[in-house]
Design a protein around this ligand. Structure first.
Ligand code: ATR
Length: 481
């Protein structure tokens, strides 16, 4: 079972002890980063005691640490730690050659983690590098590499697959690599690293509580089913919270993982490699995923957008749960929308599901979009009016103002400071529905509420569409409390 290692980057041993105490039940071992300790504390590391196995690490700046002093001091401190017998492992970089350290390692019986870090990307020959890095069978090879895109994630998984069952520590850094940390057991990584809540010792570190509570990290077994979500950006998504909670509640051997993606074809290859069973699709891939699938349901054909992909046998089938997810909360909050005049902002995949749902319930719809051409295509498909999203569309917006539906990603991180309707003054009579849920209240909703409008954010939509996806992925009803 892959272990969870808390990397500790405190400046004093007292804070190190506190951090261990606060996280004790959630972790298997500790990495003490000596490079973060004050100099006056570094020379006391031979007094350090802990009831969990500890990795001794003294990282140079060039390898992602803080230390930029001379090498003889670093060796002296490492030897002091190794000889103390208080550490189970010592992390030594591949370029570290010191006969004194080798002697200390031999006489103490400590286990060496032989590491390399690549902050530029994934080396094409990652598997060979990992195999060749160790100097004897007592050493565990470790590779921490930055993953800059789906192509590199694919290379990472392919290379790691080549290594089979050898003992190793492998992980991808950054948001594209976050899934490699959760899937440590699946890829046979001896451990993965995390940081205490509120701090991140390396790109992609999250807290042990999050890994255990949401992803059930310390329970995951190699044969667990993998589901996920693709999008860009995707790290903000709350979908893992909802899906994994359902798996936990029903005690299913499955985990739902975020995959930041910038190339869909390559992601589909990753699906094959990891045997992924199904995935949610979010911005901006709800249209582009369709040509890569083997088939789609009637709802995808009618809406022209897909937010759910399930593996049925060896075929990928696209479905759309946004439709129900979108309309149910609106009907609950507003009541009937028959003959209501409604403006839809945006003309992407989410807008398609919204317009389809609104029209099916008898509303009169106008589509307003930054790029008029895209609005025109949608308007033609669904037989509605359309206009460019600009100050020139004020009259249209005033006419179609019973309900205003915002479907773009404008207002969501990293665009949270932008209001797509900054030229419009609310009368207070509009009902404003922004399908963004993070932040909870976009600038648009805030402005609308202050003007006296009733507002609705995308949280209920997220939940409703996720419940339907859950059924498609697992065949089971979502366990509502
Ligand atoms: P999704 O599948 O989630 O709907 P999408 O298909 O990429 O994502 O659609 C994104 C929508 O947000 C589009 O309507 C897009 O407008 P354009 O058609 O002009 O691209 C809209 N959008 C994205 N960024 C925007 C911005 N900065 N201002 C206004 N609209 C924006």
């Amino acid at each position: 079972m892959s272990k969870l290692c808390l990397t500790i980057t405190e400046t004093s041993l007292e804070s190190v002890y506190n951090t261990i105490k606060n996280n004790f039940d959630n972790i298997d071992l500790v990495e003490l980063r000596v490079d973060f300790l004050d100099i006056s504390e570094q020379c006391k590391i031979d007094t350090f005691k802990c009831n969990k196995p500890v990795i001794l690490t003294f990282r140079k700046k060039i390898d992602g640490g803080l230390y930029c002093g001379d090498e003889s001091y670093r060796e002296k401190i490492l030897i002091q730690g190794i000889k103390s017998g208080n550490f189970s492992y010592v992390d030594l970089e591949e370029d570290l050659h010191s006969t004194d350290i080798d002697k200390a390692v031999l006489s103490s019986g400590i286990r060496v983690i032989r590491s390399f870090h690549d902050f530029n990307g994934v080396p094409q020959n990652l598997a060979d590098r990992i195999k060749n890095i160790i100097r004897n069978s007592n050493e565990i090879p470790k590779a921490a590499v930055m993953i800059n895109g789906t192509n590199e994630l694919l290379t990472f998984y392919k290379e790691v697959e080549k290594l089979g069952f050898i003992t190793k520590i492998v992980l991808g850094m950054g948001s594209y690599g976050f899934n490699t940390r959760i899937l440590a057991e699946r890829i046979g990584s001896y451990l993965t690293f995390c940081s205490k809540e509120g701090s991140s010792a390396a790109p992609g570190h999250v807290s042990p509580q999050l890994l255990n509570d949401i992803y059930r990290f310390r329970k995951i077994e190699r044969n667990w089913k993998i589901m996920g979500i693709i999008g860009n950006p995707v790290m903000h998504t709350k979908s893992p919270l909802i899906h994994n909670r359902g798996y936990k509640e029903l005690d299913l051997n499955a985990v739902y993982v975020p995959f930041e993606t910038n190339n869909l074809e390559q992601f589909m290859e990753i699906c094959k490699l990891l045997n992924i069973e199904g995935f949610s699709v979010t911005v901006p891939f709800k249209n582009d995923i369709i040509p890569l699938l083997d088939g789609v349901t009637e709802s995808v054909k009618q809406i022209g957008a897909c937010n759910t992909v399930t593996r049925v046998g060896d075929k990928w089938i696209g479905d759309n749960s946004d439709y129900v997810g979108f309309i149910n909360p609106l009907l609950q909050a507003y009541g009937s929308i028959q003959d209501k005049q409604i403006s839809v902002i945006g003309a992407g995949g989410a807008a398609k599901a919204a317009v389809f749902a609104l029209k099916s319930h008898g509303a009169k719809v106008v589509i307003l979009n930054r790029t008029l051409k895209n609005a025109e295509v949608l308007a033609k498909d669904f037989n509605t009016d359309c206009a460019e999203l600009s100050i020139d569309s004020i009259d249209t917006l005033n006419r179609f103002s019973d309900i205003i539906v915002q479907t773009t990603n404008v207002g969501m991180h990293p665009l949270e400071s932008i209001n797509p309707l900054d030229f419009y003054t609310f009368s207070g009579n509009e009902f404003v529905y922004d399908i963004i849920y993070s932040p909870e209240k976009t600038i648009l909703l805030d402005k609308a509420e202050k003007a006296g409008c009733r507002i609705l954010n995308g949280w209920k939509m997220l939940e409703e569409q996720a419940y339907r996806q859950f059924k498609l992925f697992t065949g089971l009803e979502y366990p509502l409390k």
